[in-house]
Design a protein around this ligand. Structure first.
Ligand SMILES: C[S@@+](CC[C@H](N)C(=O)[O-])C[C@H]1O[C@@H](n2cnc3c(N)ncnc32)[C@H](O)[C@@H]1O
Length: 283
């Protein structure tokens, strides 16, 4: 695991309160990478994001009636899709009050208000009764958590026996901690994108195993998602978002400037992108 000092919850919350309209403009209702089959794929960015969500839902075996906790639910992109397309009942939590309001409104607009609930809550302190969920789902939120090992212990307790964790996360490569240039690249990503740390594939697997979960699937999607940042970079420049950002929030400007940092970290092999599905053993 590679860590960065001084990243606070308040900074993460205020980033999403300020940046969510930018994300909506750049990425649409899902704040996560797209998944392309290969370099020749012509899938549009929004469709590639849906491909990622649907692939995770298939791997996690999400079914009608599943009670799902979406940790770091953003604008409700996954929660609404899982409610509409799969018949799940979804509770979404986010640090951002703006995102919670956005998600609620979008769910109402799309006719799934009754199947969804959104709370402004911290995944590291929020309390849920043991066994409350069939699936704990999270796309690109665990990067922001301070104590990831403890999070998986708590997530395992929220699951009913036989329930699943389905997660996508930005990762540090296995050799990054021991390689000065790669370690620095990952630290810069952590600082720019407000991640207290990035774990590796083996860190995530061992945190889940220590929590009593059995890891069913790990997928390395690095080469299939990296195109996201090329598209973001070119949209930021061609839509003038780089010129707008410093007027709205200086920290936002730093974030926009660092899309190339992330792309560089994927290209050098300092970072990876992973998908995990794990199960709490049936009683
Ligand atoms: C990159 S966005 C991903 C949003 C969403 N999963 C999606 O795919 O559209 C990260 C999300 O994690 C949330 N988040 C970060 N730290 C959190 C925490 N401690 N508790 C709950 N949510 C958190 C943010 O508020 C934001 O909604």
């Amino acid at each position: 695991m590679i860590s960065a000092a001084g990243i606070t919850k308040r900074a993460i919350q205020s980033h999403y309160d300020v940046a969510t309209p930018f994300y909506r403009l750049l990425w649409g209702p899902h704040i996560h990478h797209g998944l392309w089959d290969d370099a020749a794929s012509t899938l549009a960015p929004h469709d590639a994001q849906l491909r990622l969500t649907e692939t995770l839902a298939d791997l996690g075996r999400l079914r009608a009636g599943d009670r799902v906790l979406d940790v770091g639910c953003g604008m409700g992109g996954s929660a609404i899709l899982l409610a509409k397309a799969r018949g799940c009942r979804v509770t979404g939590i986010t640090l951002s009050g703006l995102q919670r309001r956005w998600a609620r409104t979008a769910a109402w607009w799309q006719g799934v208000a009754a199947a969804t609930e959104f709370r402004r809550a911290d995944a590291e302190t929020e309390v849920f009764a043991p066994g409350s969920f069939d699936v704990v789902w999270s796309i690109e939120c665990t990067e922001h958590l301070a104590d990831k090992r403890r999070f998986f212990e708590r997530a395992a307790a929220w699951l009913r026996p036989g329930g699943r964790v389905a997660i996508c996360a930005w990762l540090a490569a296995e050799d990054a901690a021991a390689t000065e240039a790669k370690r620095r690249q990952v630290e810069r990503v952590c600082e720019a994108f407000l991640c207290p740390s990035l774990g590796s594939f083996s860190d995530y697997s061992s945190w889940m195993e220590q929590a009593g979960l059995v890891v069913d699937e790990t997928r390395d999607w690095t080469s299939r998602v990296a195109r996201t940042w090329e598209l973001c970079e070119s949209r930021v420049r061609s839509w003038g978002i780089d010129r707008l950002a410093p007027w709205i929030d200086p920290a936002q400007a730093l974030f926009v400037d660092h899309f190339s940092t992330l792309l560089g970290a994927y290209r050098s092999g300092a970072m990876q992108y992973g998908c995990f599905v794990a199960q709490r053993p049936p009683a």
